[in-house]
Write a protein that binds this ligand. Structure first.
Ligand SMILES: Nc1nc2c(ncn2[C@@H]2O[C@H](COP(=O)(O)O[C@H]3[C@@H](O)[C@H](n4cnc5c(=O)[nH]c(N)nc54)O[C@@H]3COP(=O)(O)O)[C@@H](O)[C@H]2O)c(=O)[nH]1
Length: 915
């Protein structure tokens, strides 16, 4: 996102403000530090100045004291001198005594009026002419009584350098009578300065008012010879110019070439009158004075710099952190905005999907209130969305279902048991106008703000139900009598046998044939015959329990299935016998048809079965057989099937033995029958098992497969078939004509349900490396009736391996229709019985059509088997069928022949289909 200029300015402004504050704080800090340091320096200087002043004062006192003492000595000499008879001797003695008493005096002299030494503490000076010396010339020129003449330093006969204090002497008439002189001892004054020297960085000096130094420490010969006042700006000049007896100055010292704090004093002791003054001064170099302060300043400076740097770095880091936080905040804001935009787009997208979905979507909260509903659902239920929102969902259910639904939801919320979640179910819905309609409903659950929200995906399945009902009616019921037909009977019989295998209970089959029906038909016409059959059906239904099945087997034959006759064979036998006798009685009553009384009797064959009995076809055969027994015994009677007496049984046993041998010696062979698309392309083949028996010839699989299923050898046979089929698929892959062809393999229900079938398939596929999508497993509906959930699970697992599924003989079963949509199927196979009757039987055509439509609605391919003629094929194409298998295209054939067929297919198909 781009920042607008004001934002940028204000952020720059925001960034610079802390720096301004920091600079201000630092400036204040530095100023305070500097003020403090300055005051410290001032205090230091003041303190040092006071120290120096005290020192100078001490020196001043010493020098002043010496001068007072000398003045006293000179006064003494002045007083005594007139009394000297022998000035030399007497004077010398006195002067020597006085000089010894005064440590600051080097020598004492008395000069006559001409300047000759009359007497001296140093005898060698007596008689010398000193008339040129300043200590003589000055008082001589202006002799003043009581005035002490202080000479500038000069080289004397005794010393390198001395200063003299002299007084003019007068006689009684107050005439000039000579002078008395005291020459100061330079060593004494140097020692004095040394004693008072406080430190190595201090110099001290004793100078004459005229600018010459008398004593200097540290000693410097050069400076001793110079006149301090000769160059302007000297400390002495400043001191004298101040006119004060004491001064404290901070200034560059010419003497030491540095900045000095200098305390100076003019020696003016009280009671001393002198023509010139001596000045004492002590100077200390400023750096030495300010050494500690300099260190303090350095420390403060360093600390200040460190603090400033620290503050600057801290501020920089803080600002960087702030910028980082700001950037992150912006990024977060940006990503939140993006996420919100994405969310919005996603929500719009989802809403658009919901709005345009064909299926209805309804969400309800845990209280069963409708939270949202999409347009498809509104259309389905005939409401506007506003009419349903926040309403109880029971509004959309038949009255009886509402309570059950509430119970489901509360059970689910209490226990979490997912009876309603994730399961697609067919339920009833209620439209606004009260109409009840079938719908499919799949419920899932999500959580919204911690509360469960249930999402119901609904679809109006009225059409599908209608198609299913039509198929069911057409496929499973006899149109004339409304009774179940043989397909439904077989299906129920198979189910009854399966449940008998589980619970060990007996059942019975009653095979009923109407005696002399053919003659009624022939004499009274088919219409009368039909009505007769309808009347029989009615009586049968009325005479039996609702749970018993009465089916029309065909023509004038009916079959009754009695179930749950108990676990004792004898009781079952009696029960079946009683039922048959009742039917003999009921059906033997006269019939009034079209005002004609008609009399008819039935012959009934009975077979009682349990879990150990054979398959359904076998039982029917036995019942049929028994019925013939009854007929042969004179009609209008019943007969039980006696298995032991049947020769068929022996045959069956022999076949079974042969079958076991065939399994052991692998006497089987696989044939391949072509499967062809509507445009004549070869799609693949179905593998069909053949048993070329050494003596019986080819035994039909329709005969030996049920036997193999009964005896359990089917698993071995089936495994062999699958191995062969995989090997064949691999062989086809190397031939251009057969590469890519699919191969359908029949799986018997026993085989499919055997334990470990999944791992058997996994191993087989891994071993052979066959392209799994080319292998199609054909299941009959009977494979699916038992334990539906585990069948669905197993099919799902196999599907995940890549295998495909075709539902064989579709339309002949019943129970699978209800859960057909839940099976992972790829193809439905229209049973050949429908195809066979397609041209002649409208019913068969209607069933084929319904199957094709059902396949379409479930997204499954549909193949028709048993296509024998071009007419059947054309009719099926007209109904929308996609693929065909049957003698019209090719008979089942050995592998080599099929390979040849595939090679010739393009030309052959063109010939056949006239393309
Ligand atoms: N479990 C297994 N069952 C198998 C296996 N091989 C076959 N079978 C099943 O046996 C039943 C009889 O099979 P078959 O005698 O081979 O009959 C098949 C075809 O030969 C026959 N057919 C094909 N085209 C036509 C035709 O145009 N007219 C006509 N009258 N018959 C034709 O139909 C049978 C096709 O069977 P299907 O497609 O599987 O329904 C049969 O139920 C086989 O399934 C096996 O290896 N395992």
């Amino acid at each position: 996102m781009r920042m607008s200029p004001p934002d940028h300015d204000s952020s720059a402004h925001r960034r610079s403000r802390p720096w301004l504050w920091l600079l201000l704080a630092l400036a204040v800090g530095w100023a305070a530090a500097w003020t403090w340091l300055s005051s410290e320096r001032e205090a230091l200087r003041r303190h040092e100045g006071e120290k120096l002043a005290a020192l100078v004062q001490t020196l001043d006192a010493i020098v002043g004291q010496q001068m007072i003492a000398i003045q006293g000595a000179l006064q003494t000499v002045e007083a005594q001198r007139p009394g000297w008879r022998q000035p030399q001797q007497q004077g010398e003695a006195m002067l020597r005594t006085l000089a010894r008493a005064l440590p600051g005096v080097r020598a004492l002299l008395v000069l006559d009026t001409q300047g000759q030494v009359l007497a001296s503490s140093e005898p060698r000076l007596v008689g010398l002419d000193m008339s040129e010396r300043p200590y003589y010339t000055t008082p001589r020129r202006r002799p003043q009584p009581g005035l002490l003449y202080v000479s500038p330093p000069f080289r004397s006969l005794l010393d390198e350098r001395t200063v003299t204090l002299s007084r003019a002497l007068f006689d009684a008439e107050h005439h000039f009578a000579g002078i008395v002189v005291a020459a100061l001892n330079p060593a004494y004054f140097s020692l004095m300065l040394e004693t008072a020297q406080p430190s190595a960085q201090t110099w001290s000096a004793l100078a004459h008012q005229d600018g010459m130094l008398f004593a200097l420490l540290p000693h410097d010969a050069d400076w001793m010879s110079r006149n301090l006042l000769a160059t302007p700006g000297s400390i002495l000049e400043h001191h004298l110019a101040s006119g004060q007896p004491a001064s404290l100055q901070l200034m560059p010292a010419k003497l030491s070439q540095d900045l000095r704090l200098v305390a100076a004093r003019t020696v003016q002791p009280a009671g001393l009158q002198a023509d010139r003054q001596l000045i004492v001064a002590v100077g200390r170099s400023l750096p030495s004075v300010e050494g500690p302060w300099q260190r303090q300043r350095l420390s403060v400076g360093l600390v200040g710099v460190a603090l400033s740097l620290f503050a600057a770095v801290a501020l920089t880091l803080w600002q960087r952190r702030q910028r980082l936080i700001e950037r992150l905040r912006r990024q977060q804001l940006r990503s939140e905005r993006q996420a919100a935009a994405q969310l919005k787009a996603q929500a719009q997208h989802t809403q658009a999907i919901l709005d345009h979905m064909v299926d209805g979507v309804i969400t309800i909260d845990a209280r069963g209130r409708i939270d949202s509903i999409n347009p498809a659902a509104c259309r389905m239920f005939g409401y506007a969305a506003a009419e349903l929102l926040n309403q109880d969902v029971s509004l959309l259910m038949p009255q009886g279902d509402a309570a059950r639904h509430d119970q489901y939801v509360s059970d689910y919320l209490r226990s979490g048991a997912a009876r309603i979640i994730g399961v697609g179910r067919d339920v009833d819905g209620r439209r606004k106008d009260g109409q009840i309609f079938p719908m499919s409903l799949a419920v899932s659950r999500i959580d919204r703000e911690g509360e469960p929200l249930f999402i119901g995906l609904t679809r109006d399945i009225t059409e599908r139900k209608r198609a299913e009902a039509a198929i069911e009616q057409l496929a499973f019921y006899d149109p004339l009598t409304g009774l179940p037909n043989r397909r439904l009977l077989l299906d129920r019989l198979n189910q009854a046998l399966a449940s008998s295998r589980r619970n060990g209970r007996h059942g019975a089959l009653l095979f009923i044939d109407l005696d002399n029906f053919k003659s009624l038909n022939d004499t009274m016409g088919h219409g009368m015959g039909d009505r007769m059959l309808q009347a029989v059906a009615q009586r049968l239904r009325a005479a039996l329990r609702s749970e018993d099945t009465v089916a029309r087997w065909g023509g004038d034959e009916f079959v009754v299935l009695l179930q749950d006759l108990g676990q004792e064979r004898q009781r079952a036998h009696l029960h079946a016998e009683a039922a048959a006798e009742k039917l003999l009685r009921v059906l033997g009553q006269p019939y009034l048809i079209d005002q004609h009384n008609h009399h008819s009797t039935p012959s009934i064959g009975i077979v009682v079965w349990n879990d150990a009995s054979g398959g359904s076809e076998e039982l029917l055969k036995h019942a049929d057989h028994a019925m013939y027994e009854a007929k042969s015994a004179g009609r209008n009677r019943l007969a039980f099937f006696d298995p032991i007496s049947q020769a068929a049984m022996a045959e069956l046993i022999s076949l079974e033995a042969d079958l076991r041998q065939a399994v052991n010696y692998q006497q089987f062979e696989l044939y391949y029958q072509a499967q062809v698309s509507a445009d004549g392309r070869l799609l693949g083949a179905e593998a069909l098992l053949r048993w070329p028996h050494p003596s019986r010839g080819f035994v039909s699989p329709a005969q030996f497969i049920p036997l193999a299923e009964q005896t359990g050898t089917i698993n071995q046979i089936g495994e062999w078939v699958l191995q062969q089929a995989c090997a064949q698929l691999n062989a086809w892959a190397h031939e251009p004509a057969t590469a890519g062809l699919s191969l359908a393999v029949n799986l018997s229900a026993h085989q499919f349900r055997q334990k470990g079938f999944l791992s058997l398939m996994q191993q087989l596929l891994a071993r052979t490396g066959v392209p799994t999508e080319l292998l199609k497993l054909e299941l009959t509906e009977s494979a699916l009736v038992d334990d539906v959930e585990s069948v669905i699970g197993l099919m799902g697992e196999l599907r995940r391996l890549g295998l495909r599924f075709s539902l064989d003989d579709f339309g002949t079963g019943y129970s699978s229709l209800a859960y057909l949509k839940r099976l992972p199927l790829d193809q439905l196979k229209i049973d050949q019985s429908f195809v066979r009757d397609l041209v002649s039987e409208p019913n068969a055509r209607a069933i084929a059509h319904a199957v094709i439509q059902l396949g379409e609605s479930l997204g499954l391919a549909v193949i028709a088997e048993g296509v024998e003629t071009a007419e059947q094929r054309e009719l099926l194409i007209g109904l929308g069928c996609h693929a065909f298998q049957g003698y019209f295209h090719a008979r089942p054939m050995p592998a080599a022949a099929f390979a040849e067929l595939a090679r010739q297919w393009p030309t052959r198909a063109a010939d056949k289909l006239g393309q």
